[in-house]
Design a binder for this molecule. Structure first.
Ligand code: PLP
Length: 412
């Protein structure tokens, strides 16, 4: 019989080590904790973010525009860094519009998506000159009214809810009934009303889903997106200037997951950029990425405050948990809880290993950072590092729950 081996995490190779410690930016884990002045905290490595964007630019066709989806990590210093590296910023609230504009980005390179935009958010977008991705006919009419009131012609894109969906995606955001975008079959009617209302049409936004690790599924969704945009653009008085074909590039979080193979996606995008240029009168393609640009550059670091045994299990109790990192606790969209990759940041190699459960300080059994992991033996004061934490960490967690202090946050 062949022994079945349990799937393990893909090795974390982006960080180096020094003095038996994990190195983030120029700091060892212990130095970084001292530099931040507190635990727990999030730290994002700017060198790794730069490398990630450079590697993408290297492999992707030069005509492809890359946007950063701010909701993945809205820390101002991170937005500032990415603003210099990418071609535009995608936002999903008036607060994110302000954060984006603070980076100095040109307003026309900001697009504002998301269902349920209020009149005041629409007015803020029109005044700023950012592009509004329309999510419904009602929103289009309310936007036109704001434009009229302000005496400014709103720049708009139409977010299309395609009839297809992104297969094997972590989060599906297109296909079937959805609160996002306008069903593709209703878009032609909407476009004629749009031009009657005098809105300035910029492009189409088609976002099928997120966190996908299968190149073939992404390629298929991108092909279908461009076909759809081409069909919708037929007979329009103004051709779209761009088509945002979504992103969906995933990163490996859990045992058994492997990094995405970008080569076939890049080769296909080369073809699609050329097709867009020919079929859509020079329109360019946009790919919007959140986690792919930042997730692997970030860590969450908490300190062990207690070690205890319970009926044969060892618990490391840390000062950080679900309230800071909902996703690592398994409560942000996971159906079956799986561990994020973790390490003891100040004991990379240690002769004595043990199996532990790492939990947070909250009075709920949901507050788990790692379940039954084998790690170097750790004591009170040691640093637990949760990898792949640069996206949907700090801002996607319920800091108020149980009234502990919020985590620190640094870009190094
Ligand atoms: C959340 C979101 C993204 C970013 O998704 P990632 O998985 O972080 O890349 C991109 N576009 C839209 C419309 C989104 O809502």
């Amino acid at each position: 019989m062949v022994a079945r081996t349990a799937p393990v995490h893909a090795p974390i190779t982006q960080f180096s080590t020094r003095d038996n410690q994990l190195v983030i930016g120029p700091y060892t884990a212990t130095e970084l904790a001292a530099r931040v002045g507190m635990t727990p905290f999030y730290a994002y490595d700017s060198g790794l973010i730069r490398q990630r964007v450079a590697a993408l630019r290297d492999i992707m066709p030069p005509a492809l525009h890359i946007h950063y989806a701010v909701k993945a990590n809205p820390m101002p210093a991170v937005i500032q860094l990415l603003e210099e590296l990418v071609d535009g910023l995608d936002v999903a609230s008036a607060g994110e519009i302000r954060l984006a504009l603070d980076s100095g980005v040109e307003p026309a390179l900001v697009s504002f998506a998301g269902p349920g935009k209020s009149d005041s958010e629409l007015a803020a977008a029109v005044s700023a000159g950012v592009v509004v991705n329309l999510e419904s006919e009602g929103e289009m009419r309310r936007l036109a009214a704001q434009g009229e009131r302000l005496g400014i012609t709103p720049r708009v894109a139409v977010r299309v809810n395609p009839a297809f969906e992104l297969k094997t995606s972590g989060m599906k955001m297109g296909g079937g009934p959805k609160p996002f975008g306008v069903d593709e079959e209703r878009v032609p009617q909407m476009l004629s009303e749009l031009s009657a209302l005098g809105l300035s049409f910029q492009g189409f936004h088609i976002f099928a889903g997120s966190q996908n690790l299968k190149a073939e599924a992404i390629i298929e969704a991108q092909n279908l997106s461009l076909e759809l945009a081409t069909r919708l653009a037929e007979g329009l008085p103004v051709a779209p200037s761009w088509v945002n074909i979504g992103g969906g590039l995933g990163i490996p979080y859990f045992p058994g997951e492997r990094p995405l193979d970008l080569d076939p996606i890049a080769a296909n995008l080369e073809r699609l950029c050329e097709a867009a240029r020919r079929q859509l009168q020079g329109a360019h393609l946009v790919m919007e990425l959140g986690r792919y640009l930042v997730a692997e550059a970030g860590v969450y670091i908490a300190e062990v405050v207690d070690r205890k045994h319970s009926r044969g299990d060892t618990y490391l109790i840390t000062n950080g948990g679900l309230h800071h990192h909902l996703a690592a606790s398994g409560n942000f969209g996971q159906v079956i809880r799986k561990n994020y990759p973790v390490c003891i940041g100040n004991r990379i190699d240690f002769p004595e290993q043990e199996q532990v459960n790492i939990v947070g300080p909250l009075c709920t059994p949901l507050d788990i950072l790692a379940d039954k992991v084998t790690l170097p033996r750790a004591d009170v004061g040691d640093l637990v590092v949760v990898f792949q934490s640069g996206a949907y960490g700090y801002s996607a967690s319920p800091h108020g729950f149980l009234s502990h202090p919020p985590p620190g946050q640094v870009l190094v």
